[in-house]
Ligand binder design. Sequence first.
Ligand SMILES: Cc1cc2nc3c(=O)[nH]c(=O)nc-3n(C[C@H](O)[C@H](O)[C@H](O)COP(=O)(O)O)c2cc1C
Length: 268
Amino acid sequence: MKKAMLNRKSERTYTGLPLSEDHEKKLIAYLEDDKNRIGINGNTIAIYYQKVIEQKNEKIGTYGIIKKAPAYLITLCKNTSEAMLDCGYVFEKLVLYLESMGIATCWLGGTFNRNKIKLVEGPATDEIIPIISPVGYSARKKAMMDHLFRKMAHSDSRKDFDLLFYDQEKTVIDDTNLKKQLAYVRVAPSASNQQPWRVVMDSEKNAHFYIHRTPKYGEQLGYDIQLIDIGIALCHYELATGNKRYFKKTEKISIEKEYWDYVISVGS
Ligand SMILES: Cc1cc2nc3c(=O)[nH]c(=O)nc-3n(C[C@H](O)[C@H](O)[C@H](O)COP(=O)(O)O)c2cc1C
């Protein structure tokens, strides 16, 4: 999974070839195992696998940004903060599992037309489709749109390490091993590459996750897309460190900044 975290990139241009029989079987088995879809807060995220029947409809559905994807994964869950975090965490684990088999994906929260999605069941009135992703094989040659999107979102770069990760006392982290682990969080994908996660490590090596929101970002979507980003970062942290004791801290940590909101902690 560590290799998958480093290798994964959003793929918007596909070969059009369907998933191999073996890959499709593995994907379906993964989705059928409920425990793979349970998040940190206990929400089960529904994930549907749907093949593209008409490429023309696909083009309309993703405004032409995704090319020749043979199938899509569609998430469905309640529109609560806890469920958004869980959606990020659960879906990134799946994305990385697929990456480890050489299957490409691209998180989509904004550039798809929700009205074009037809599900056999749902969504129920309190449910939304926060995220979909194409699934397929990467076309080596990228379409113009892919290059353009990557350039616009500065997808190939990440914020400086010292802007994202802090030590409770020293404000910058210099423990080499810890830095190596946090580097996996740094490469995580996020909506428009905003990287809203901030992490404070305390003296007992507990990680305290905060969100530094981009003002007004995603307001028109009607759900908290940047909390999905935090769920993704937590997934990377768990896979890099093996730590999964989630808790809410009660005491204040000294370097908290007023424009950060506290989300959750992970015990060492
Ligand atoms: C929650 C979320 C929503 C995203 N929504 C879109 C989207 O609507 N359209 C799109 O082309 N890319 C979308 N992306 C992909 C990001 O732009 C991409 O992850 C980021 O630029 C970093 O690039 P990378 O994934 O190649 O590392 C989304 C990513 C995340 C995590």
